[in-house]
Write a protein that binds this ligand. Structure first.
Ligand code: RIB
Ligand code: CA
Length: 310
């Protein structure tokens, strides 16, 4: 099997946790590292949480590198109301047996890409794009060597989830997202337009829970927490599991419809900070190597979770 080398940059976070369980269980992926960023909760907690999840999945072969603990320019902003104060919903923190790997997450990304042929190291970004932006600043050639790059972020048709016009990951560090979009790096962005189609219904959560494995139990518990939040804060019943989408696409690209586009990010206005202006019109769309996820096959994504966490 030709395994896809992959680095996951994340801010676990309950939906990051579900995505990590998918990745840890997917033998098609050669998971080179997990790097962490401050986002849903501070970096010290996202790094601990990544180590906890790695231990639960029995994947301590995968190094966890701590990354940026604050956005490029702005103050750190969390989303604890959606993930719990510790970041993993109902799960009580524990001290993971294996520590953090030496070296900053940005260095781990740059070193991994430079050690391999161009286009052979994929990156899934499941939190603010701070680490990716820092890596591109330090090593601009990454724009030619890194890929495929799949990022959870942005919103177009669906509007925002942290403000009326912005999705959290891009809103939390809009300058980073702006630098990434201007860098020439080919990026496929999985915004709320697609992730809102991938929802944890009661039936889907129950099916995962029925697998009764440590990874499936963890994924189900994270989705149950999100379901409680969805009922309390949003008024819905089936929460979107946003961060599943980039990892699911790397495993099964046929599950998603993508459209070529040009993505620009608002950084000047406080009212619309983090808005993603996604332009599909011919003559503009081709000016940047960007693609926007228009739709997702939710049943196919959840079949993947069932298959990889059993
Ligand atoms: O807007 C959803 C994104 O913000 C997800 O990555 C979630 O984990 C939060 O970071
Ligand atoms: Ca996340």
């Amino acid at each position: 099997m030709n395994r896809q080398a992959l680095i996951i940059d994340c801010d676990p976070g309950v939906d990051d946790a579900v995505a990590l369980m998918l990745a840890f269980g997917a033998s098609e992926l050669d998971l080179l590292a997990v790097t962490t960023v401050g986002g849903n909760v501070p970096q010290v907690k996202t790094t601990r949480n990544a180590r906890m999840l790695r231990q639960i999945a029995d994947r301590e072969d995968v190094p966890v590198h701590a990354g940026a603990d604050r956005p490029l320019r702005r103050k750190p902003a969390g989303a604890g109301e959606f993930h719990g104060a510790e970041g993993l919903g109902f799960m009580a923190p524990f001290a993971p047996a294996k520590g953090v790997a030496d070296g900053h997450g940005v260095d781990a990304l740059i070193n991994a890409v430079n050690a391999r042929e161009p286009g052979t190291v994929a990156l899934a970004v499941l939190g603010p794009m701070t680490n990716l932006a820092l890596a591109l600043r330090r090593e601009p050639m990454l724009a030619k060597r890194l890929g495929p790059v799949a990022v959870m972020g942005g919103a177009r048709r669906e509007g925002g989830n942290i403000t009326a016009s912005a999705e959290f990951n891009v809103w939390a560090d809009p300058e980073a997202a702006d630098e990434v979009m201007r860098s020439g790096l080919p990026v496929t962005l999985f915004g709320l337009d697609a992730t809102h189609q991938v929802r944890a219904t009661d039936a889907r959560i129950a099916a995962v829970a029925d697998l009764r494995t440590p990874m499936a139990d963890t994924a189900a518990a994270m989705m149950r927490f999100s379901q409680q939040v969805e009922r309390e804060i949003v008024g819905g019943d089936a929460p979107p599991v946003h961060d599943l989408c980039p990892v699911a696409w790397l495993l099964r690209p046929d599950l998603f419809d993508l459209a070529p586009c040009r993505i620009q990010v608002e950084t000047a206005s406080e009212l619309t900070r983090g808005h993603t202006a996604v332009e599909f019109r011919a003559g503009v769309a081709g000016s940047q190597p960007h693609r926007w996820a228009v739709s997702a096959d939710a049943n196919g994504v959840f079949d993947l979770i069932m298959d990889k966490t059993r």
